[in-house]
Design a protein around this ligand. Sequence first.
Ligand SMILES: [Zn+2]
Length: 81
Amino acid sequence: MKFSCDGEPSLSNYGRGCRCDLCKSVKALYERERRSRIRKEHGPIQPKKPSGGNRDKPVPEPDAFTRQEILRARGMEPSRS
Ligand SMILES: [Zn+2]
């Protein structure tokens, strides 16, 4: 006995056995969303690394002054004792 959704396609009607085009598309949509949800739960897809080197990377500089630099900035020479 074949079930027909009788013009009301839905996932449950598909589950009852209706295989009309609309029910099949509802099912396909559901499967697609389910798969994408599973993908999200299993972590994001690794982003592609940008090709090319990092030659424009600036040279790291110290972000703190040394004692001598502070003394020089104050107009004082480091003690030479
Ligand atoms: Zn149907």
